[in-house]
Design a protein around this ligand. Structure first.
Ligand SMILES: Nc1ncnc2c1ncn2[C@@H]1O[C@H](COP(=O)(O)OP(=O)(O)OP(=O)(O)O)[C@@H](O)[C@H]1O
Ligand SMILES: [Mg+2]
Length: 256
């Protein structure tokens, strides 16, 4: 059997107040797979995402990327690895520097990883095209763009270092339903065409089900359900998942 791209095992994280935010989470992501992580606010999704990215150290448990334990490697090695694991944050308005053009923001990420100037500029145009935007957008500033456009830029920026894994934390939650659907379709296209794996975090099971291969349902820091998107959607084994499903408008009308 081939080893998964990412393997998180028994992650535990307790914050200062003694509250266990994540309590024994294990999950796997294969190359080119989309794994949805869903649960209510405070269930530990972002904490899990940050541990997967090596941004937060777990109290116990391990995260292996391509077989290597990311929390026990040197800073230099983790920095190198960061190019292969990127994040699309919830709010691009706050994550993109308002004083930098879109192109400069995208290049910054590449420069940090030692990509040469000519190559950086080429990638900016290519990636803007990939997310459905003209190369001239590179000269715009964040305030000159809509929320949906900024989220596309955030995705393009994440892809600039040619990562194998992108963690999207509530990446479409702030968008209108129609724009949300466009961005979800874009992610599905990118996954198919570029074989990028995604961990897609959302409080909305309907959003996650739409694009995920596998779905992890979290409640109070624990994984309460883990299976194929189809199985979780049509035949949930856990009572909490069933409750999340029953809260989705129109769910009962959809063919399963
Ligand atoms: N830096 C922190 N210090 C203390 N407690 C924290 C911190 N970050 C998160 N928590 C707590 O840990 C728990 C899990 O938080 P987390 O942000 O991982 O949840 P989440 O599932 O991402 O929620 P949301 O859907 O609201 O983004 C919550 O109870 C939260 O209050
Ligand atoms: Mg969160």
């Amino acid at each position: 059997m081939t080893q998964p791209l990412l393997q998180a095992t028994d992650l535990v994280k307790t914050y200062g107040n003694g509250h266990k935010a994540v309590d024994g989470v294990s999950l796997e992501v294969s190359a080119g797979e989309i794994v949805g992580v869903v649960g209510e606010s405070g269930s530990g999704k972002s904490t899990t995402g940050r541990m997967i990215l090596g941004l937060l150290k777990p109290d116990s448990g391990s995260v292996r990327f391509d077989g290597a334990d990311i929390h026990s490697m040197s800073r230099a090695r983790l920095h190198e690895l960061r190019a292969r694991m990127q994040v699309v944050p919830q709010n691009p308005q706050t994550s993109l520097n308002p004083r930098l053009t879109i192109g400069a923001s995208m290049e910054f990420n590449m420069r940090v990883h030692g990509i040469a100037r000519a190559e950086r500029q080429q990638r900016v145009s290519d990636l803007l095209g990939r997310v459905g935007m003209a190369p001239t957008y590179a000269r715009r500033y964040p305030h000159q763009m809509s929320g949906g456009q900024l989220q596309r830029v955030a995705i393009a920026r994440a892809l600039a270092t040619e990562p194998q894994l992108v963690v999207c934390d509530e990446a479409v939650s702030a968008l209108d339903k129609s724009v949300q659907a466009q961005v979800l379709n874009l992610i599905a296209d990118l996954q198919r065409d570029m074989n990028v794996a995604f961990v897609f975090i959302s409080h909305d099971l309907a959003v996650v089900e739409h694009i995920s291969d596998n779905v992890v349902v979290m409640n109070h820091g624990k994984v309460v359900e883990y299976g194929s998107a189809e199985q979780v959607w049509s035949n949930p084994q856990d009572e909490y998942t069933a409750r999340l499903l029953s809260a989705i408008p129109g769910k009962s009308l959809m063919a399963s």
